[in-house]
Design a protein. Sequence first.
Length: 123
Amino acid sequence: MKLLVVDDSSTMRRIIKNTLSRLNYNDVIEGEHGLEAWEYLDKNADIDMLITDWNMPEMNGLELVKKVRADARFSDMPIIMVTTEGGKTEVITALKAGVNNYIVKPFTPQVLKEKLQAVIGEG
């Protein structure tokens, strides 16, 4: 399974990547913002799951989710949003945009594991 992790914080990308690695997900591509992630996706439709932050420069995570969902190639791709935006309104907005699951920062590796399993139907 190939995952795309998008966050403007290199530290957060490393934390997510290390957690994924411990869960035996080692095929991980990183993006610094939504525009970079979209450019990668548009050229390489080989990503199986998207994990994205909300607040990023260039193109935020919500815009990225909407763009991904509008493209038939990615209509079924699981998307998890990992963000500091923990309000009920934000969660509903993200879910309506097409996010499959939602994680509020800070989070534990166990939370990421559970959300991943819920989205991909394992465990």
